[in-house]
Design a binder for this molecule. Structure first.
Ligand code: PMT
Length: 220
């Protein structure tokens, strides 16, 4: 059996997509299934941590021993995460948050016409950026980076800009990595520039690796 090496630790995890409504029947979302974040939450709880999982809409079973807060939009996730940030020792942000939302949400179903139709979008708050500003010395902040190009370069920029301890970058173009698969192929980059390329592995195994590293940094 796995030892309870995270006993007493408080871990906040985000998972899944956000859903940004257009009208009562339509929304904008992305391909996140929630599997990566749920794997982190499940493993953290199995290792004895107190876990709060802030989850966008997914079809996954609730992991045992995890407190789940369900949200739909990026703004709802922002509020839920900020409400629990001070509580947390470690924050792991696996969610795929929509960067934009429709500027206007129609109360009624939008009727089709003969012409083309466009939707104006408004920037959503960057949750991770806000956490980076508020982070205390005794907190570890872990981001993800979902990229299709210049992975290392973009991931390094995010570490600095968002004041992260480390980032887990996954290449969405690789088979067996990123959205929806049970496996992932990740590169872990920390704020000191240390880079670890991981083989393709189960998301649950990657979750343990992420938790191992967060635990070491927390204890430093
Ligand atoms: O859910 P799965 O199907 O298992 O897929 C897993 C995954 C591909 C979604 C996951 O591994 C992953 O990479 N998650 C982050 C996806 C993402 O939105 O990356 P990004 O590069 O756009 O954002 C970088 C970081 O900022 C992320 O930690 C994200 O949670 C955070 N962010 C982004 C935008 C925003 N408005 N607020 C945020 O906090």
């Amino acid at each position: 059996a796995m030892n309870k090496d995270l006993e007493g630790k408080k871990i906040l995890v985000t998972a899944g997509p956000t859903k940004e409504p257009i009208d009562p029947v339509r929304y904008i979302t992305n391909h996140s299934s929630g599997k990566m974040g749920y794997a982190v939450a499940e493993k953290a709880a199995a290792r004895g941590a107190q876990v709060i999982l802030i989850s966008g809409p997914t079809n996954l079973k609730k992991p045992i021993g995890v407190k789940i807060i369900d949200i739909n939009t990026a703004n709802e996730m922002y509020k839920a995460v900020l409400d629990h940030f001070e509580w947390a020792d470690i924050v792991i942000k696996s969610a795929a948050v929509a960067d934009y939302r429709p500027s206007f949400v129609s109360d009624n179903k939008i009727k089709k016409g003969d012409n083309d139709f466009s939707i104006q979008l408004t920037r959503n708050p960057d949750i991770l950026m806000e956490l980076g500003k508020r982070k205390k010395n005794n907190q570890v902040l872990v981001g993800f980076a979902a990229e299709t190009q210049n992975i290392l370069e973009n991931a390094k920029k995010k570490i600095e800009k968002k004041n992260l301890d480390f980032i887990v970058a996954n290449d969405l173009m690789k088979k067996g990595a990123g959205f929806n698969s049970d496996t992932n192929i990740a590169t872990i980059i920390d704020k000191d520039g240390y880079i670890e390329h991981c083989e393709k592995m189960e998301k649950k195994e990657l979750a343990d690796k992420i938790l191992d590293k967060a635990k070491i940094l927390l204890e430093e």
